[in-house]
Design a protein around this ligand. Structure first.
Ligand code: NAD
Length: 258
């Protein structure tokens, strides 16, 4: 287990970060890193109980303000309400991390439209909804902002069983690049993080079962940890990445199937 916050000089004091899917897994670690670096945090998650728990822990552990905001990122109306709640609570929005995502491994021929809608709804519409709702706030603030969208190694189309999930993640990559170009004049940067296999509640059982086989595809001989991504997100949202936009950063231990 390695420690988070290796980029210890970053200071987000006085800033606000929204982390979707912030109640669990990678998102929870991202919330922790933002709070440890001084940001107030909105834990935006469909699971209200865990979001409340996370927000309380962030306040207790780091002395920042943290609010749980129950939201379904696949719903534009819900997301608009979530963003208004955050704006009312903190008065500004500096970072948006579109981390919420779901997946299910199944051959494409065995999938049905309701599953496509579910996966694309959270993984791609979630990113569009939150980005669209937050951008006017960042632009009006006049001093920029940072958005980090979430892809996955699967966006390259090399993971049988993850056709729809991979396609939704590829759409996030495309959206990232285009929107980055459109909002750069406002000082808003939009980047994408592409995680490799990482142990979280969503993947732990599968990783425990297939760890040796999974590691054959990685140059570095370990499974990813949420802190690997939290550090990368902190970098992308900080001034250290002031001239980085429209990029896809793979944090994947050198995954070699792409
Ligand atoms: P996780 O399941 O542990 O956490 C996901 C969080 O998103 C949960 O708190 C869940 O309640 C929330 N969520 C789900 N649907 C939502 C919705 N409609 N609205 C709001 N919140 C919702 O997942 P994780 O493994 O931490 O993955 C985080 C991100 O990283 C996802 O985008 C995932 O696709 C991506 N990713 C993960 C891995 C991995 O190996 N874990 C690999 C590549 C990419």
């Amino acid at each position: 287990m390695r420690a988070s916050n290796v980029i210890g000089e970053i200071d987000f004091s006085g800033q606000t970060a929204i982390v979707t899917g912030g109640a669990s897994g990678i998102g929870r670690e991202i919330c922790d890193t933002f709070a440890a670096l001084g940001a107030n945090v909105a834990v935006a998650d469909i699971e209200q109980g865990p979001a409340e728990e996370a927000a309380s822990e962030l306040e207790a552990d780091h002395g920042v303000e943290a609010i749980p905001v129950e939201t379904d990122v696949s719903s534009y109306d819900a997301v608009t309400e979530m963003v208004e709640t955050v704006d009312e609570a903190f008065g500004r929005i500096d970072s948006l991390v579109n981390n919420a995502g779901i997946g299910e491994s199944k051959p494409f021929t065995e999938t049905e439209p309701d599953l496509w809608e579910k996966i694309v709804g959270v993984c791609f519409y979630g990113t569009m909804n939150c980005t669209h709702a937050v951008l006017p706030h960042m632009i009006d603030q006049g001093d920029g902002g940072a958005i980090v969208n979430f892809a996955s190694d699967s966006y390259k189309g090399n993971d049988p069983g993850l056709a729809v999930y991979g396609a939704a993640k590829a759409a996030n990559v495309s959206l990232t690049r285009t929107v980055a170009h459109e909002v750069g004049d406002h000082g808003v940067r939009v980047n994408c993080l592409s995680p490799g296999t990482t142990k979280t509640p969503a993947t732990a059982d599968w990783i425990d079962e297939y760890e040796d086989r999974i590691l054959e595809s990685y140059a570095l001989d370990r499974i990813g940890e949420p802190a690997d991504h939290a550090d990368a997100v902190a970098f992308l949202c900080s001034d250290a990445a002031d001239w980085v936009t429209g990029e896809v950063l793979s944090v994947n231990g050198g995954y070699i199937r792409g």
